[in-house]
Design a protein around this ligand. Structure first.
Ligand code: GAL
Length: 356
């Protein structure tokens, strides 16, 4: 009797293990109406990606309410290493995923994931980190959803230019810039770029386009430094603190590839002991809650809204259409495979509006 009880307990533990190890297959019912969606982020902690993933869950939950489908969404991450992400994807496929949504760790190394998906005939919607075109074209069931990164850089540059150049001023040369921005009144803007991540398309394009837009508008720039801060507030705060120690109040403009880094820069100034008049103009991108609040209160001067709701909606709709093998005619796909969602400028007035 005792032996039988031990056996029963062992079986129970084993079945609990099977269910929790199943990933995509957490839902046990194999009715034809159950859909298993595997979402694999590049890393666990990234504010923007986490907010986007929450929107994605909401989209699938709404769809579930209004349809006969049972949609099981499993979200995992690649721990910042492509090899780990490849393994996670493999586990999800083994557990019976119907569709994969993947934010690649290394956007130049999707081959393993593509090959596994193809062997098992599971469509993949890549998002946020854009893979190389040749890779996306390797198989007809691969898609990409993201923002148009170059546009976000242009918008950031335009907002900064609007604040730098004095309105309705006939002055030329040194006097044409707002003295609150060109604080040393040398007719040039000393600037820093806080960059997201080496090799990330959003980082490269945002930097190039923001700086290029300012230059194209005739604004004279002096580069103080470009710092990589991996999209992170902490890293940006540290890098900025070091720069302030070296350059004191010399920096007049900070262009950050995202809001987290813009906010880190602002915190570095708040801790620096410099007076507020000596703070630079700071711009970010993303428009998450904290970023919008910082623009609304004037802590940073602008952000560009990275439409997480739009991107999540597009990923969810595309994923469902692919599972149901529907025509994709309604999706205005670029080159049949890409969906780019627009960005939006958020200055102080717009941020205040969005807060209410
Ligand atoms: C960008 C976003 C950043 C970061 C990055 C991760 O689009 O602006 O905040 O989340 O994606 O790949």
């Amino acid at each position: 009797m005792k032996k039988l009880n031990v056996r029963l307990v062992q079986m129970l533990i084993f079945s609990i293990f099977l269910v929790s190890a199943a990933g995509c297959g957490q839902e046990k019912s194999h009715s034809s109406k159950t859909i298993r969606v595997g979402v694999v982020k590049y890393i666990e902690q990234d504010d923007y990606i986490n907010a986007l993933t929450d929107c994605l869950r909401d989209n699938f939950a709404k769809k579930e309410k209004t349809s006969q489908m049972h949609i099981v969404v499993t979200v995992k991450n690649g721990g910042g290493k492509q090899a780990i992400q490849d393994r996670v994807v493999e586990e999800m496929i083994d557990a019976g995923c119907d569709i994969l949504c993947v934010d690649l760790v290394d956007r130049t190394a999707p081959t393993k994931i593509i090959n596994m998906a193809r062997r098992n005939d599971i469509p993949v919607v890549f998002f946020n980190r854009e893979l190389v075109r040749e890779d996306l074209m390797q198989w007809e069931k691969l898609y990409y959803v993201g923002g148009d990164a170059a546009v976000s850089g242009v918008m950031q540059g335009e907002m900064a230019a609007d604040h730098i150049v004095l309105k309705n001023s006939k002055k030329k040369g040194k006097g044409k810039y707002d003295p609150k921005v060109d604080r040393n009144r040398d007719g040039r803007i000393q600037y820093v770029v806080l960059e997201g991540e080496t090799g990330h398309q959003d980082a490269i394009l945002r930097t190039d386009e923001a700086v290029g837009t300012l230059t194209a508008k005739g604004i004279k720039l002096d580069k103080v430094s470009y710092e990589i801060a991996d999209w992170s507030k902490d890293q940006a705060r540290n890098k900025m603190t070091q720069l302030i120690a070296q350059k004191k109040n010399e920096i007049e403009l900070v262009l950050a590839n995202n809001d987290a880094m813009a906010l880190g820069a602002r915190e570095a100034y708040e801790k620096s002991g410099l007076s507020k008049e000596d703070y630079p103009q700071i711009y970010g991108i993303d428009g998450l809650k904290e970023g919008l609040a910082a623009v609304a209160s004037g802590k940073i001067q602008g952000t560009v809204y990275n439409d997480k709701e739009g991107q999540a909606g597009a990923i969810a709709q595309l994923a469902l259409a692919l599972i149901e093998k529907r025509e994709l005619r309604d999706f205005s796909l670029k080159d049949g495979r890409y969906l780019f969602l627009p960005y939006q400028k958020v200055d102080r007035e717009e941020a205040v509006k969005r807060e209410h």
